[in-house]
Design a protein around this ligand. Structure first.
Ligand SMILES: [Zn+2]
Length: 199
């Protein structure tokens, strides 16, 4: 599909066509190649990028950089955000990043930095971290509150079953300290299980 001017801007020829060509760039001291789409004039040979082609080029470069640096994809960022019913502005406040920063990351044109990526991975698998960051940033988001309430319900249900199994396995000869330790472990395992499910 043609998405730009139908004639060559250089010579006026209408013999223009789309071409997929390798594009090489350097990242982290290493050469990397992606497939690039561009518009070529069959008459004068000039090569141009349409607006859409520039957009796709930027997305492809950013996606490649994410892949090379082992960063979460833009789609993964969106999935994580929606899992907690958070808005883009919520995450910008929670991560102390500038306005529109998360939006740019999630659109895919700009890769997040490694430190942010690490924190996002932690909050993705640990709802307590997500909730803590949300409270710390004073975010008012009833939809997210409902998600966290549901996570609490699920955690409680799993932890109860877990604790019951531990009490039965112990032969009921536990003192309060043992009981407290089992309760902590039961909650921890429940959270882990829920985090693993969510990942
Ligand atoms: Zn031309």
């Amino acid at each position: 599909m043609r998405d730009m001017n139908e004639i060559c801007t250089n010579c006026g020829s209408s013999a223009i066509f789309q071409q997929i060509a390798p594009f090489t760039f350097v990242h982290g001291g290493k050469e990397t190649t992606i497939d690039d789409e561009r518009t070529v004039c069959g008459t004068c040979g000039s090569i141009v990028y349409s607006g859409d082609q520039i957009s796709r080029h930027e997305l492809a470069v950013a996606a490649k950089i994410r892949e090379l640096d082992g960063l979460l994809s833009a789609e993964a960022l969106r999935r994580i955000r929606l899992k907690y019913a958070l808005r883009q502005t919520d995450l910008e406040a929670m991560l102390s990043i500038g306005p529109k920063t998360w939006t740019r990351w999630e659109r895919g044109k700009v890769p997040q930095n490694k430190a942010a990526d690490t924190l996002i991975r932690v909050l993705a698998t640990d709802p307590e971290v997500a909730r803590h960051l949300m409270m710390q940033a004073n975010i008012d988001n009833p939809a997210a509150d409902a998600v966290f309430a549901q996570i609490d319900e699920d955690t409680k249900r799993l932890a109860e079953a877990n604790l019951r199994a531990r009490i039965i396995a112990s032969g009921r000869n536990m003192d309060i300290a043992d009981m407290a330790q089992h309760a902590i472990n039961a909650v921890r395992e429940a959270r882990h299980e829920l985090g693993v499910q969510a990942a």
